[in-house]
Design a protein around this ligand. Structure first.
Ligand code: 8DG
Ligand code: MG
Length: 147
């Protein structure tokens, strides 16, 4: 495996737009990166993982929800965050999963040390502040909904 020693390197993150009707699942972060901002579930791509596997693992670990292989790739953004208490650079892979609005999918806050809790937010009334990488997308006019 490549190892860059002590040099800072970009990392890959996989995050998920979990959509129910016009709502998206967000949680307020407790972290040295984007603390107190609203963000998607997700985390670091592990060695050997596919994007879909990472999305499913992170969803399960953070919310308890099972998405199987349903995640589809939406887009990728480059996020250099040198202003954060913990400087970082992420290539962020955004996935989408549409859940059945009728199904009772209740997310649990399984990592309360990292998140204040998960909730559904109407896309037209998103909470503030959004986490930087998400804010950048939303303000550019991006939306995650199927046409
Ligand atoms: P892990 O060690 O359990 O894999 O990771 P984690 O503790 O869940 O990491 P994370 O901070 O939730 O996600 C990793 C990085 O992904 C985060 O520091 C920056 C990047 N990232 C974005 N946008 C988003 C987003 O909307 N949500 C999350 N969770 N991470 C995001 O660029
Ligand atoms: Mg996370």
């Amino acid at each position: 495996m490549d190892n860059n020693g002590d040099q800072p390197v970009p990392r890959v993150a996989v995050v998920v737009f979990l959509l129910k009707g016009r709502s998206v699942l967000l949680g307020r972060r407790r972290s040295a990166v984007g603390n107190s901002t609203f963000a998607l579930p997700g985390g670091h791509l592990e060695f050997g993982e596919s994007f879909e596997e990472c999305a499913a693992r992170e969803m399960k670990e953070e919310t308890g929800l099972e998405i199987g292989k349903a995640a589809e790739l939406l887009t990728v953004t480059n996020n250099v965050m040198l202003e954060q208490p913990k400087k970082c650079h992420y290539v962020t892979v955004f996935m989408r999963v549409v859940v059945d609005a009728a199904a009772d999918q209740v997310p649990q806050n399984l990592e309360p040390e990292k998140c204040d809790g998960w909730d559904w937010y109407d896309w037209d009334h998103l909470p503030h502040p959004l986490f930087g990488p998400l804010h950048k997308m939303v303000s550019s006019g991006f939306h995650p909904f199927p046409l």
